[in-house]
Design a protein around this ligand. Structure first.
Ligand code: CP
Ligand code: NVA
Length: 308
């Protein structure tokens, strides 16, 4: 049995197998051909943080695969009243076929997985957002940005950035990360990514200069400056991130046909200008829809590994 906790847990071939499945199932879904790959299976979806895309895409995804999803908010679960996570893991995983969790510390996800009898999927932790990065890669393929690509990430060194590091390191593309001073990526995660990059040949560089990162890039991306759980730091962060908005001037340094990705939700006037956002809305909302398709690929792949 395999869990989907970070992209570092998979080989390049395994990640590409999941993407291939996603592409195949997306085609079928678009043709209204709903193949019951996960017939009568149940997906428990535990949320300790808010969500629009993750919730809708997993719930609709499991349904279209022939199963059913259970939305389990920590506000309603006994978990929210102090029932230990390891007990919740043993109870929930005795009744469902797969679990998706969105939580705070990554260690909580690992603890849940250690006690789970069924595959566990990371639906975002403070450290990683791997299902979003599988989605972003699927979107890059669809917009012909998957070969010899240079990706520029401008903004906070957060869960999205960490998953970009692992995606680049596994698949072997060039990633340039530009963060404000004091908002760099986690040092341990960087070390691990650079170690993996040696194997794939990925070129990963870090700076505090958005212009240097974006120059000649094929894909430009960013994320909110204030992630879930950081609301108290909002004012300070907005000041510290001055000069890091992806606006038309910054985008003009990228290749003429560069695309802009955003995992959403987007805060216009902060990490991205209204103009850049609307100019790239087609890509951004294809990316959002692709959560549905990428995660079907992941769920079907995990199901195929049971008993191994
Ligand atoms: N991108 C993303 O994970 O969106 P939600 O927070 O709405 O799930
Ligand atoms: N970094 C953001 C991503 C939201 C999908 C957060 O953790 O809130």
């Amino acid at each position: 049995m395999r869990h989907f906790l970070t992209l570092a847990d998979f080989s390049k071939d395994e990640l590409l197998e999941m993407i291939d499945l996603a592409i195949k199932i997306k085609k079928q879904t678009k043709a209204k051909e709903f193949v019951p790959y996960l017939e009568k299976q149940t997906l428990g979806m535990i949320f300790e943080k808010s969500s629009t895309r993750t919730r809708v895409s997993f719930e609709v995804g499991i349904y279209q695969l022939g199963g059913v999803g259970l939305f389990l908010s920590s506000n309603d679960l006994q978990l929210g009243r102090g029932e230990p996570l390891k007990d919740t893991a043993r109870v929930v995983s005795s009744m469902v076929d797969m679990v998706m969790i969105r939580t705070f510390e990554h260690s909580k996800l690992e603890e849940f997985a250690a006690y789970s009898k069924v595959p566990v999927i990371n639906g975002l932790t403070d450290s990683y957002h791997p299902v979003q990065l599988m989605t972003d890669y699927l979107t890059m393929i669809e917009f012909n940005k998957a070969d010899n690509t240079v990706v520029a990430y401008v903004g906070d060194g957060n869960n999205m950035t960490h998953s970009w590091l692992y995606l680049a390191a596994k698949l072997g593309f060039e990633l340039r990360v530009a963060t404000p001073v004091g908002y760099e990526c986690d040092a341990e995660i960087v070390k691990r990514a650079l170690e993996m990059a040696k194997e794939s040949g990925a070129k990963i560089t870090f700076s505090n200069d958005p212009k240097e990162a974006v120059k000649g890039a094929d894909v430009v991306t960013t994320d909110t400056w204030v992630s879930m759980g950081q609301e108290a730091e909002k004012e300070k962060r907005i000041k510290d991130f001055a000069g890091f908005m992806v606006d038309s001037e910054l985008m003009s340094l990228a290749k003429d046909d560069a695309i802009f990705l955003h995992c959403l939700p987007a805060y216009r006037g902060y990490e991205v200008s209204e103009e850049v956002f609307e100019k790239h809305a087609d890509v951004i909302f294809t990316e959002a829809e692709n959560r549905l398709h990428a995660q079907k690929g992941i769920m079907v792949w995990l199901d195929s590994k049971r008993g191994e």
